[in-house]
Ligand binder design. Sequence first.
Ligand code: SF4
Length: 63
Amino acid sequence: MRVKIDPEVCQGHAMCFLACPQVFELSDEDGHAFVADENVPPEFEHAVEQAVRSCPEGAITTF
Ligand code: SF4
């Protein structure tokens, strides 16, 4: 599984970070989320799916 965040859509709610801090990081500058590595380790796939569902903006896509 790979994951990406649309920076134009993300509003920095940090729900993704709360769901899976091992994959999602928050920018020190604007608080918006990013992923350092789009490849999701298998052990975090469930948490990333939770993050997708918890994002209020629908900014996270898995593929
Ligand atoms: S939950 Fe969605 S809107 Fe909030 S920081 Fe994560 S990607 Fe951005």
